[in-house]
Design a binder for this molecule. Structure first.
Ligand code: SF4
Length: 551
Protein backbone atom coordinates (compact mmCIF):
# COMPACT_ATOMS: atom_id res chain seq x y z
CA UNK A 1 0.00 0.00 0.00
CA UNK A 2 1.12 3.54 -0.66
CA UNK A 3 1.79 5.70 2.36
CA UNK A 4 -1.06 8.18 2.63
CA UNK A 5 -0.94 9.63 6.15
CA UNK A 6 -3.47 12.26 7.16
CA UNK A 7 -0.80 14.85 7.50
CA UNK A 8 2.84 14.53 6.52
CA UNK A 9 4.31 12.25 9.15
CA UNK A 10 7.82 10.93 9.49
CA UNK A 11 8.07 7.34 8.33
CA UNK A 12 10.75 6.82 10.95
CA UNK A 13 10.98 9.81 13.27
CA UNK A 14 14.20 8.93 15.07
CA UNK A 15 16.20 8.06 11.96
CA UNK A 16 19.48 9.87 11.70
CA UNK A 17 21.19 10.38 8.35
CA UNK A 18 24.56 11.78 9.35
CA UNK A 19 25.67 14.72 7.25
CA UNK A 20 22.16 15.29 5.89
CA UNK A 21 20.52 16.07 9.21
CA UNK A 22 20.30 19.66 8.19
CA UNK A 23 18.58 19.15 4.83
CA UNK A 24 15.08 19.87 6.11
CA UNK A 25 13.81 16.30 5.75
CA UNK A 26 10.45 15.78 7.45
CA UNK A 27 11.28 12.12 8.08
CA UNK A 28 14.07 13.12 10.45
CA UNK A 29 11.84 15.57 12.26
CA UNK A 30 12.79 18.79 10.49
CA UNK A 31 9.46 20.54 10.10
CA UNK A 32 10.70 24.09 10.63
CA UNK A 33 10.69 25.85 7.25
CA UNK A 34 14.22 26.64 6.12
CA UNK A 35 13.42 28.99 3.26
CA UNK A 36 10.65 31.24 1.99
CA UNK A 37 9.09 28.61 -0.23
CA UNK A 38 8.82 26.12 2.60
CA UNK A 39 7.34 28.85 4.78
CA UNK A 40 4.52 29.84 2.40
CA UNK A 41 3.71 26.18 1.81
CA UNK A 42 3.49 25.62 5.56
CA UNK A 43 1.38 28.76 6.04
CA UNK A 44 -1.29 27.54 3.64
CA UNK A 45 -1.68 24.64 1.20
CA UNK A 46 -1.20 25.80 -2.38
CA UNK A 47 -4.45 24.08 -3.38
CA UNK A 48 -6.39 26.50 -1.15
CA UNK A 49 -5.57 29.47 -3.36
CA UNK A 50 -8.32 28.42 -5.73
CA UNK A 51 -11.03 29.67 -3.38
CA UNK A 52 -9.33 33.08 -3.11
CA UNK A 53 -9.00 33.29 -6.90
CA UNK A 54 -12.70 32.52 -7.33
CA UNK A 55 -14.04 34.72 -4.56
CA UNK A 56 -11.57 37.60 -4.26
CA UNK A 57 -8.84 37.99 -6.87
CA UNK A 58 -10.97 37.44 -9.97
CA UNK A 59 -13.46 40.03 -8.68
CA UNK A 60 -11.04 42.65 -7.33
CA UNK A 61 -8.32 42.25 -9.98
CA UNK A 62 -4.57 41.69 -10.19
CA UNK A 63 -3.56 44.26 -7.58
CA UNK A 64 -5.59 42.51 -4.89
CA UNK A 65 -3.46 39.33 -5.07
CA UNK A 66 -1.38 38.47 -1.98
CA UNK A 67 2.32 38.31 -3.04
CA UNK A 68 2.73 34.81 -1.56
CA UNK A 69 -0.16 33.66 -3.71
CA UNK A 70 0.98 35.60 -6.76
CA UNK A 71 4.51 34.23 -6.90
CA UNK A 72 3.90 31.03 -4.98
CA UNK A 73 0.61 29.25 -4.49
CA UNK A 74 -1.02 30.19 -7.81
CA UNK A 75 1.33 27.67 -9.43
CA UNK A 76 -0.64 24.91 -7.72
CA UNK A 77 -3.38 25.78 -10.22
CA UNK A 78 -1.11 26.16 -13.25
CA UNK A 79 -0.73 29.96 -13.08
CA UNK A 80 2.55 31.90 -13.39
CA UNK A 81 2.86 35.60 -13.96
CA UNK A 82 4.36 36.23 -17.37
CA UNK A 83 7.23 38.53 -18.26
CA UNK A 84 6.47 42.17 -18.89
CA UNK A 85 7.03 42.82 -22.62
CA UNK A 86 10.12 44.77 -23.67
CA UNK A 87 12.48 43.87 -20.79
CA UNK A 88 15.69 42.61 -22.36
CA UNK A 89 17.54 39.48 -21.18
CA UNK A 90 20.33 41.47 -19.58
CA UNK A 91 17.87 42.67 -16.92
CA UNK A 92 16.56 39.21 -15.99
CA UNK A 93 19.03 38.65 -13.17
CA UNK A 94 19.11 42.28 -12.04
CA UNK A 95 15.46 43.22 -11.58
CA UNK A 96 13.25 42.26 -8.64
CA UNK A 97 10.52 39.69 -9.43
CA UNK A 98 7.80 42.34 -9.22
CA UNK A 99 9.59 44.47 -11.81
CA UNK A 100 9.52 41.55 -14.26
CA UNK A 101 5.87 40.67 -13.59
CA UNK A 102 3.27 41.51 -16.15
CA UNK A 103 -0.35 41.69 -14.98
CA UNK A 104 -1.13 38.66 -17.13
CA UNK A 105 -0.58 34.97 -16.54
CA UNK A 106 0.69 31.90 -18.24
CA UNK A 107 -1.83 29.11 -17.63
CA UNK A 108 -0.91 25.47 -18.11
CA UNK A 109 -3.55 22.84 -18.82
CA UNK A 110 -2.47 19.36 -17.74
CA UNK A 111 -3.17 16.62 -20.26
CA UNK A 112 -2.26 13.39 -18.49
CA UNK A 113 -1.09 10.78 -20.95
CA UNK A 114 -1.42 13.41 -23.68
CA UNK A 115 -4.99 12.19 -24.27
CA UNK A 116 -7.53 14.55 -25.79
CA UNK A 117 -10.92 14.17 -27.38
CA UNK A 118 -11.80 16.43 -30.29
CA UNK A 119 -14.35 18.10 -28.02
CA UNK A 120 -11.63 18.87 -25.46
CA UNK A 121 -9.32 20.21 -28.16
CA UNK A 122 -12.08 22.45 -29.49
CA UNK A 123 -12.66 23.88 -26.01
CA UNK A 124 -8.91 24.45 -25.59
CA UNK A 125 -8.88 26.29 -28.93
CA UNK A 126 -11.93 28.39 -28.05
CA UNK A 127 -10.47 29.41 -24.69
CA UNK A 128 -7.28 30.44 -26.48
CA UNK A 129 -9.19 32.66 -28.89
CA UNK A 130 -11.44 34.17 -26.26
CA UNK A 131 -9.12 34.61 -23.28
CA UNK A 132 -5.49 34.10 -24.37
CA UNK A 133 -5.07 36.34 -27.43
CA UNK A 134 -4.93 33.18 -29.56
CA UNK A 135 -1.86 31.71 -27.81
CA UNK A 136 -1.54 27.96 -27.21
CA UNK A 137 1.74 26.06 -27.18
CA UNK A 138 2.11 22.29 -27.07
CA UNK A 139 4.78 21.69 -24.42
CA UNK A 140 7.34 18.89 -24.22
CA UNK A 141 5.36 17.56 -21.25
CA UNK A 142 2.26 16.98 -23.36
CA UNK A 143 0.51 20.01 -21.83
CA UNK A 144 -1.03 23.06 -23.48
CA UNK A 145 0.18 26.45 -22.30
CA UNK A 146 -1.72 29.73 -22.69
CA UNK A 147 -0.45 33.28 -22.26
CA UNK A 148 -2.11 36.67 -21.70
CA UNK A 149 -4.60 35.25 -19.19
CA UNK A 150 -6.33 37.81 -16.96
CA UNK A 151 -7.09 36.83 -13.38
CA UNK A 152 -10.69 37.98 -13.94
CA UNK A 153 -11.18 35.22 -16.54
CA UNK A 154 -9.65 32.30 -14.65
CA UNK A 155 -12.85 30.96 -12.98
CA UNK A 156 -14.68 30.91 -16.32
CA UNK A 157 -11.72 29.16 -17.98
CA UNK A 158 -11.78 26.53 -15.22
CA UNK A 159 -15.52 26.07 -15.72
CA UNK A 160 -15.09 25.44 -19.41
CA UNK A 161 -12.10 23.12 -19.01
CA UNK A 162 -13.69 21.12 -16.21
CA UNK A 163 -16.95 20.77 -18.15
CA UNK A 164 -15.01 18.61 -20.63
CA UNK A 165 -12.88 16.77 -18.06
CA UNK A 166 -9.70 18.88 -18.24
CA UNK A 167 -7.99 20.75 -15.43
CA UNK A 168 -5.07 22.91 -14.40
CA UNK A 169 -4.78 21.25 -10.96
CA UNK A 170 -1.12 21.00 -9.91
CA UNK A 171 0.02 21.79 -13.45
CA UNK A 172 2.91 23.70 -11.79
CA UNK A 173 4.24 24.10 -8.22
CA UNK A 174 5.86 21.66 -5.78
CA UNK A 175 3.38 18.99 -6.71
CA UNK A 176 2.85 15.79 -8.70
CA UNK A 177 2.81 17.34 -12.16
CA UNK A 178 1.23 15.93 -15.33
CA UNK A 179 1.79 12.20 -15.86
CA UNK A 180 3.41 11.64 -19.24
CA UNK A 181 2.03 8.70 -21.16
CA UNK A 182 2.83 6.98 -24.42
CA UNK A 183 0.97 8.98 -27.08
CA UNK A 184 0.02 5.71 -28.76
CA UNK A 185 -1.10 3.89 -25.61
CA UNK A 186 -3.83 1.39 -26.32
CA UNK A 187 -3.56 1.63 -30.10
CA UNK A 188 0.01 0.85 -31.20
CA UNK A 189 0.49 -2.52 -32.86
CA UNK A 190 3.88 -3.00 -31.18
CA UNK A 191 2.76 -2.04 -27.66
CA UNK A 192 4.12 -4.16 -24.77
CA UNK A 193 1.43 -3.01 -22.32
CA UNK A 194 -1.14 -0.19 -22.13
CA UNK A 195 -0.35 2.00 -19.09
CA UNK A 196 -3.56 4.07 -19.34
CA UNK A 197 -5.41 2.45 -16.39
CA UNK A 198 -2.41 3.20 -14.15
CA UNK A 199 -2.32 6.85 -15.24
CA UNK A 200 -6.02 7.20 -14.48
CA UNK A 201 -5.65 5.63 -11.04
CA UNK A 202 -2.60 7.76 -10.17
CA UNK A 203 -4.61 10.82 -11.16
CA UNK A 204 -7.56 9.73 -9.04
CA UNK A 205 -5.50 9.00 -5.93
CA UNK A 206 -2.73 11.57 -5.93
CA UNK A 207 -3.56 14.67 -7.99
CA UNK A 208 -5.21 17.45 -6.00
CA UNK A 209 -4.72 15.34 -2.85
CA UNK A 210 -3.58 17.52 0.10
CA UNK A 211 -1.49 14.60 1.41
CA UNK A 212 0.82 15.11 -1.56
CA UNK A 213 0.44 18.80 -2.36
CA UNK A 214 3.47 19.97 -0.36
CA UNK A 215 6.46 18.23 -1.92
CA UNK A 216 10.04 19.51 -1.64
CA UNK A 217 9.84 20.48 -5.32
CA UNK A 218 8.14 19.36 -8.52
CA UNK A 219 7.64 15.63 -9.11
CA UNK A 220 7.67 14.54 -12.75
CA UNK A 221 6.35 11.18 -13.82
CA UNK A 222 5.94 9.04 -16.92
CA UNK A 223 4.26 5.75 -17.81
CA UNK A 224 4.77 4.10 -21.19
CA UNK A 225 4.34 0.57 -22.42
CA UNK A 226 5.70 1.41 -25.86
CA UNK A 227 8.95 -0.24 -27.01
CA UNK A 228 9.79 3.11 -28.61
CA UNK A 229 10.65 4.58 -25.14
CA UNK A 230 8.55 7.58 -26.09
CA UNK A 231 8.18 9.58 -22.83
CA UNK A 232 11.77 10.63 -22.06
CA UNK A 233 11.61 8.31 -19.05
CA UNK A 234 15.28 8.89 -18.17
CA UNK A 235 14.65 12.46 -17.03
CA UNK A 236 11.59 11.97 -14.84
CA UNK A 237 11.52 11.65 -11.05
CA UNK A 238 9.65 8.37 -11.53
CA UNK A 239 9.06 6.39 -14.71
CA UNK A 240 7.42 3.09 -15.53
CA UNK A 241 8.76 1.60 -18.77
CA UNK A 242 7.10 -1.34 -20.50
CA UNK A 243 9.00 -4.67 -20.33
CA UNK A 244 8.12 -8.30 -20.85
CA UNK A 245 9.10 -10.32 -17.78
CA UNK A 246 10.21 -13.87 -18.70
CA UNK A 247 7.98 -15.39 -15.96
CA UNK A 248 5.32 -12.80 -15.19
CA UNK A 249 4.64 -11.32 -18.65
CA UNK A 250 4.10 -7.66 -19.58
CA UNK A 251 4.60 -5.05 -16.86
CA UNK A 252 6.86 -2.11 -16.09
CA UNK A 253 10.51 -1.51 -15.23
CA UNK A 254 10.81 1.08 -12.45
CA UNK A 255 13.12 4.12 -12.86
CA UNK A 256 13.62 6.91 -10.32
CA UNK A 257 15.58 10.08 -9.79
CA UNK A 258 15.98 11.57 -13.27
CA UNK A 259 15.99 15.32 -13.81
CA UNK A 260 17.78 17.97 -15.84
CA UNK A 261 18.31 21.66 -15.01
CA UNK A 262 21.39 22.27 -12.82
CA UNK A 263 23.21 19.06 -11.86
CA UNK A 264 21.43 16.94 -14.49
CA UNK A 265 21.03 13.27 -13.67
CA UNK A 266 19.58 10.37 -15.60
CA UNK A 267 17.07 8.21 -13.77
CA UNK A 268 18.27 4.92 -12.32
CA UNK A 269 16.66 1.53 -12.57
CA UNK A 270 15.75 -0.06 -9.25
CA UNK A 271 15.78 -3.47 -10.96
CA UNK A 272 12.11 -4.00 -10.09
CA UNK A 273 9.27 -5.25 -12.27
CA UNK A 274 5.85 -3.76 -11.46
CA UNK A 275 2.57 -5.24 -12.72
CA UNK A 276 0.04 -2.77 -14.14
CA UNK A 277 -2.34 -2.86 -11.16
CA UNK A 278 0.49 -2.16 -8.69
CA UNK A 279 1.86 0.89 -10.52
CA UNK A 280 -0.25 3.37 -8.47
CA UNK A 281 0.93 1.83 -5.16
CA UNK A 282 4.57 2.07 -6.21
CA UNK A 283 4.01 5.63 -7.44
CA UNK A 284 2.52 6.39 -4.01
CA UNK A 285 5.52 4.87 -2.24
CA UNK A 286 8.06 6.84 -4.26
CA UNK A 287 6.19 10.13 -3.95
CA UNK A 288 5.87 9.39 -0.22
CA UNK A 289 9.65 8.95 0.06
CA UNK A 290 10.12 12.22 -1.79
CA UNK A 291 7.70 14.08 0.48
CA UNK A 292 9.10 12.63 3.71
CA UNK A 293 12.82 12.29 3.00
CA UNK A 294 13.28 14.87 0.22
CA UNK A 295 15.64 17.76 0.93
CA UNK A 296 13.85 21.03 1.71
CA UNK A 297 16.65 23.31 2.86
CA UNK A 298 17.96 24.45 -0.53
CA UNK A 299 15.71 24.72 -3.59
CA UNK A 300 18.69 23.74 -5.75
CA UNK A 301 18.97 20.38 -3.95
CA UNK A 302 15.30 19.65 -3.47
CA UNK A 303 14.62 17.32 -6.43
CA UNK A 304 14.44 13.57 -5.84
CA UNK A 305 17.64 13.05 -7.86
CA UNK A 306 19.77 14.43 -5.01
CA UNK A 307 18.30 12.03 -2.46
CA UNK A 308 18.83 9.13 -4.85
CA UNK A 309 22.43 10.20 -5.49
CA UNK A 310 23.11 10.11 -1.73
CA UNK A 311 21.24 6.89 -0.99
CA UNK A 312 21.98 4.88 -4.13
CA UNK A 313 19.42 2.68 -5.93
CA UNK A 314 19.76 -0.26 -3.54
CA UNK A 315 18.95 1.68 -0.38
CA UNK A 316 16.16 3.56 -2.16
CA UNK A 317 14.50 0.27 -3.13
CA UNK A 318 14.95 -1.11 0.36
CA UNK A 319 13.22 1.86 1.99
CA UNK A 320 10.48 1.79 -0.63
CA UNK A 321 9.83 -1.88 0.13
CA UNK A 322 10.27 -1.79 3.92
CA UNK A 323 8.64 1.48 4.93
CA UNK A 324 6.12 2.24 2.20
CA UNK A 325 5.03 -0.89 0.32
CA UNK A 326 5.60 -3.31 3.23
CA UNK A 327 6.53 -6.04 0.78
CA UNK A 328 9.37 -6.87 -1.59
CA UNK A 329 9.24 -5.92 -5.24
CA UNK A 330 9.80 -8.50 -7.96
CA UNK A 331 13.15 -8.34 -9.76
CA UNK A 332 12.80 -7.64 -13.47
CA UNK A 333 14.59 -7.04 -16.76
CA UNK A 334 15.70 -3.77 -18.37
CA UNK A 335 13.89 -2.41 -21.42
CA UNK A 336 15.33 -3.25 -24.81
CA UNK A 337 16.86 -0.84 -27.27
CA UNK A 338 14.06 0.59 -29.46
CA UNK A 339 14.08 -0.31 -33.14
CA UNK A 340 13.51 3.16 -34.61
CA UNK A 341 15.46 6.36 -34.05
CA UNK A 342 12.55 8.78 -33.74
CA UNK A 343 10.20 8.49 -30.75
CA UNK A 344 7.55 10.97 -31.83
CA UNK A 345 5.20 8.71 -33.83
CA UNK A 346 5.03 11.17 -36.75
CA UNK A 347 3.74 9.98 -40.11
CA UNK A 348 1.07 7.38 -40.88
CA UNK A 349 0.99 4.12 -38.89
CA UNK A 350 -1.38 1.19 -38.69
CA UNK A 351 -3.07 0.67 -35.31
CA UNK A 352 -3.59 -2.75 -33.78
CA UNK A 353 -7.29 -2.54 -34.70
CA UNK A 354 -6.42 -2.04 -38.39
CA UNK A 355 -7.19 1.67 -38.50
CA UNK A 356 -4.41 4.30 -38.68
CA UNK A 357 -2.89 7.06 -36.60
CA UNK A 358 -1.32 10.14 -38.14
CA UNK A 359 1.34 12.18 -36.30
CA UNK A 360 2.10 15.73 -37.38
CA UNK A 361 4.49 18.53 -36.51
CA UNK A 362 3.92 22.20 -35.93
CA UNK A 363 7.14 24.23 -35.53
CA UNK A 364 8.59 24.02 -31.96
CA UNK A 365 5.14 23.25 -30.51
CA UNK A 366 3.74 26.62 -31.49
CA UNK A 367 0.16 26.53 -32.60
CA UNK A 368 -2.74 28.89 -31.87
CA UNK A 369 -6.36 28.68 -30.84
CA UNK A 370 -7.73 28.91 -34.36
CA UNK A 371 -5.45 26.13 -35.58
CA UNK A 372 -6.34 23.87 -32.65
CA UNK A 373 -10.03 24.33 -33.35
CA UNK A 374 -9.42 23.52 -37.02
CA UNK A 375 -7.43 20.41 -36.08
CA UNK A 376 -10.43 19.21 -34.05
CA UNK A 377 -12.74 19.87 -37.02
CA UNK A 378 -10.41 18.15 -39.49
CA UNK A 379 -10.07 15.10 -37.21
CA UNK A 380 -13.85 14.81 -36.82
CA UNK A 381 -14.44 15.29 -40.56
CA UNK A 382 -12.24 12.23 -41.07
CA UNK A 383 -14.06 10.09 -38.53
CA UNK A 384 -11.78 10.57 -35.49
CA UNK A 385 -12.79 11.71 -32.03
CA UNK A 386 -9.37 11.34 -30.36
CA UNK A 387 -5.95 12.98 -30.46
CA UNK A 388 -2.73 12.84 -28.46
CA UNK A 389 0.06 15.26 -27.67
CA UNK A 390 3.65 14.00 -27.57
CA UNK A 391 6.67 14.72 -25.37
CA UNK A 392 8.34 16.28 -28.44
CA UNK A 393 5.81 19.13 -28.88
CA UNK A 394 3.93 17.22 -31.63
CA UNK A 395 0.39 15.85 -32.05
CA UNK A 396 -1.32 12.69 -33.33
CA UNK A 397 -4.81 12.03 -34.72
CA UNK A 398 -6.08 8.53 -33.92
CA UNK A 399 -8.59 6.05 -35.39
CA UNK A 400 -8.50 6.94 -39.09
CA UNK A 401 -9.93 4.48 -41.63
CA UNK A 402 -7.57 3.67 -44.47
CA UNK A 403 -9.65 5.44 -47.12
CA UNK A 404 -9.54 8.67 -45.09
CA UNK A 405 -5.77 8.81 -44.53
CA UNK A 406 -4.70 10.71 -47.67
CA UNK A 407 -7.42 13.30 -47.26
CA UNK A 408 -6.50 13.85 -43.59
CA UNK A 409 -2.81 14.23 -44.44
CA UNK A 410 -3.67 16.86 -47.09
CA UNK A 411 -5.94 18.74 -44.67
CA UNK A 412 -3.22 18.82 -41.97
CA UNK A 413 -0.53 19.91 -44.43
CA UNK A 414 -2.85 22.70 -45.61
CA UNK A 415 -2.70 23.98 -42.01
CA UNK A 416 1.13 23.88 -42.22
CA UNK A 417 1.16 20.83 -39.93
CA UNK A 418 3.64 18.47 -41.55
CA UNK A 419 3.03 14.72 -41.48
CA UNK A 420 6.40 14.06 -43.15
CA UNK A 421 8.46 16.99 -41.87
CA UNK A 422 12.12 17.69 -42.50
CA UNK A 423 14.48 16.33 -39.80
CA UNK A 424 14.83 19.93 -38.62
CA UNK A 425 11.14 20.52 -38.00
CA UNK A 426 10.83 17.04 -36.58
CA UNK A 427 13.77 17.29 -34.21
CA UNK A 428 13.77 20.90 -33.02
CA UNK A 429 12.18 21.90 -29.71
CA UNK A 430 12.19 25.25 -27.94
CA UNK A 431 11.11 26.41 -24.49
CA UNK A 432 8.95 29.48 -23.86
CA UNK A 433 11.86 31.94 -23.82
CA UNK A 434 11.95 35.69 -23.40
CA UNK A 435 8.58 36.34 -25.01
CA UNK A 436 6.81 35.29 -21.81
CA UNK A 437 9.22 33.68 -19.31
CA UNK A 438 10.55 35.78 -16.43
CA UNK A 439 13.73 33.69 -16.14
CA UNK A 440 14.63 33.94 -19.82
CA UNK A 441 17.68 35.66 -21.21
CA UNK A 442 17.04 35.08 -24.93
CA UNK A 443 14.29 34.56 -27.50
CA UNK A 444 13.64 30.88 -28.32
CA UNK A 445 10.35 30.05 -30.08
CA UNK A 446 10.68 32.44 -33.02
CA UNK A 447 14.42 31.67 -33.16
CA UNK A 448 13.71 27.95 -33.37
CA UNK A 449 11.04 28.40 -36.06
CA UNK A 450 13.32 30.54 -38.23
CA UNK A 451 16.23 28.12 -37.69
CA UNK A 452 14.05 25.29 -39.02
CA UNK A 453 13.13 27.32 -42.12
CA UNK A 454 16.75 28.34 -42.74
CA UNK A 455 18.10 24.80 -42.42
CA UNK A 456 15.40 23.44 -44.72
CA UNK A 457 16.45 26.02 -47.32
CA UNK A 458 20.20 25.60 -46.88
CA UNK A 459 20.65 21.83 -46.52
CA UNK A 460 17.51 20.24 -48.00
CA UNK A 461 19.37 16.98 -48.65
CA UNK A 462 20.14 16.39 -44.92
CA UNK A 463 18.27 13.25 -43.93
CA UNK A 464 19.61 12.00 -40.58
CA UNK A 465 17.64 12.06 -37.35
CA UNK A 466 18.78 15.09 -35.39
CA UNK A 467 17.60 16.83 -32.24
CA UNK A 468 18.15 20.55 -31.72
CA UNK A 469 16.85 21.80 -28.37
CA UNK A 470 16.76 25.50 -27.52
CA UNK A 471 16.53 26.93 -23.98
CA UNK A 472 16.17 30.57 -23.10
CA UNK A 473 18.26 30.32 -19.89
CA UNK A 474 20.38 27.80 -17.93
CA UNK A 475 17.28 25.86 -16.86
CA UNK A 476 16.37 22.82 -18.89
CA UNK A 477 12.74 23.17 -19.94
CA UNK A 478 13.58 22.09 -23.50
CA UNK A 479 16.01 19.32 -22.39
CA UNK A 480 19.15 20.76 -23.95
CA UNK A 481 21.49 18.34 -22.18
CA UNK A 482 20.04 15.33 -23.99
CA UNK A 483 19.92 16.78 -27.51
CA UNK A 484 22.35 16.22 -30.38
CA UNK A 485 22.72 19.99 -30.43
CA UNK A 486 21.69 21.69 -27.18
CA UNK A 487 21.59 25.47 -27.10
CA UNK A 488 21.57 27.22 -23.73
CA UNK A 489 20.50 30.85 -23.93
CA UNK A 490 22.84 33.48 -22.52
CA UNK A 491 24.33 36.83 -23.39
CA UNK A 492 27.49 36.58 -25.50
CA UNK A 493 29.90 39.03 -27.10
CA UNK A 494 29.66 39.67 -30.83
CA UNK A 495 32.58 40.60 -33.11
CA UNK A 496 32.27 44.23 -32.07
CA UNK A 497 32.54 43.29 -28.40
CA UNK A 498 28.89 44.11 -27.70
CA UNK A 499 26.68 41.94 -25.45
CA UNK A 500 23.99 40.29 -27.57
CA UNK A 501 21.65 37.31 -27.33
CA UNK A 502 23.32 33.97 -28.00
CA UNK A 503 23.85 30.40 -26.87
CA UNK A 504 26.35 28.14 -25.15
CA UNK A 505 26.58 25.02 -27.31
CA UNK A 506 26.32 21.44 -25.98
CA UNK A 507 26.94 18.62 -28.47
CA UNK A 508 26.22 14.89 -28.51
CA UNK A 509 23.54 14.34 -25.86
CA UNK A 510 20.97 11.57 -26.25
CA UNK A 511 18.04 9.76 -24.69
CA UNK A 512 17.41 6.02 -25.01
CA UNK A 513 19.41 3.13 -23.68
CA UNK A 514 22.65 4.89 -24.66
CA UNK A 515 21.45 8.09 -23.01
CA UNK A 516 24.02 10.65 -21.97
CA UNK A 517 24.54 14.36 -21.59
CA UNK A 518 25.93 16.48 -24.37
CA UNK A 519 29.36 17.94 -23.84
CA UNK A 520 29.63 21.64 -23.32
CA UNK A 521 31.95 22.71 -26.10
CA UNK A 522 34.45 24.77 -24.16
CA UNK A 523 34.31 28.38 -25.11
CA UNK A 524 31.90 27.67 -27.96
CA UNK A 525 29.22 30.30 -27.88
CA UNK A 526 27.30 31.60 -30.84
CA UNK A 527 25.28 34.75 -31.19
CA UNK A 528 21.63 34.24 -32.14
CA UNK A 529 22.37 35.88 -35.47
CA UNK A 530 25.16 33.40 -36.22
CA UNK A 531 23.10 30.38 -35.18
CA UNK A 532 21.94 29.17 -38.65
CA UNK A 533 25.52 29.43 -40.00
CA UNK A 534 26.89 27.50 -37.04
CA UNK A 535 24.31 24.69 -37.12
CA UNK A 536 24.64 24.41 -40.90
CA UNK A 537 28.44 23.97 -40.53
CA UNK A 538 28.06 21.29 -37.83
CA UNK A 539 25.47 19.32 -39.78
CA UNK A 540 27.26 19.56 -43.12
CA UNK A 541 30.50 18.34 -41.54
CA UNK A 542 28.63 15.55 -39.74
CA UNK A 543 27.00 14.49 -43.00
CA UNK A 544 30.34 14.45 -44.82
CA UNK A 545 32.37 12.66 -42.17
CA UNK A 546 29.98 10.41 -40.28
CA UNK A 547 30.62 6.68 -40.17
CA UNK A 548 27.95 4.04 -40.58
CA UNK A 549 25.56 4.11 -37.60
CA UNK A 550 27.18 7.19 -36.03
CA UNK A 551 24.83 9.67 -34.40
FE1 SF4 B 1 12.03 29.94 -19.08
FE2 SF4 B 1 14.53 29.10 -18.91
FE3 SF4 B 1 12.53 27.32 -18.82
FE4 SF4 B 1 13.08 28.54 -21.08
S1 SF4 B 1 14.46 27.12 -19.98
S2 SF4 B 1 11.03 28.29 -20.21
S3 SF4 B 1 13.71 30.54 -20.41
S4 SF4 B 1 12.96 28.90 -17.31
Amino acid sequence: MAATPEKPAPASPRRKTGRHRGEGQWAVGHFTPLNGNEQFKKDDDGLNVRTRIETIYSKRGFDSIDPNDLRGRMRWWGLYTQRKPGIDGGKTAILEPEELDDKYFMLRVRIDGGRLTTEQLRVIGEISQEFARGTADITDRQNVQYHWIRIEDVPEIWNRLEAVGLSTTEACGDTPRVILGSPVAGIAADEIIDGTPAIDEIQRRFIGNPDFSNLPRKFKSAVSGSPQLDVAHEINDIAFVGVDHPEHGPGFDLWVGGGLSTNPKLGQRLGAWVPLDEVPDVYGGVIGIFRDYGYRRLRTRARLKFLLADWGAEKFRQILEDEYLKRPLIDGPAPEQPVGTWRDHLGVHRQKDGRFYVGFAPRVGRVDGTTLTKIAEVAEAHGSGRLRTTAEQKMIVLDIEQDQVDSLVSALEALDLKVTPSPFRRGTMACTGIEFCKLAIVETKARGASLIDELERRIPEFDHPITININGCPNACARIQVADIGLKGQLVLNDQGEQVEGFQVHLGGALGLDAGFGRKVRGLKVTSEELPDYVERVLTKFQEEREEGER
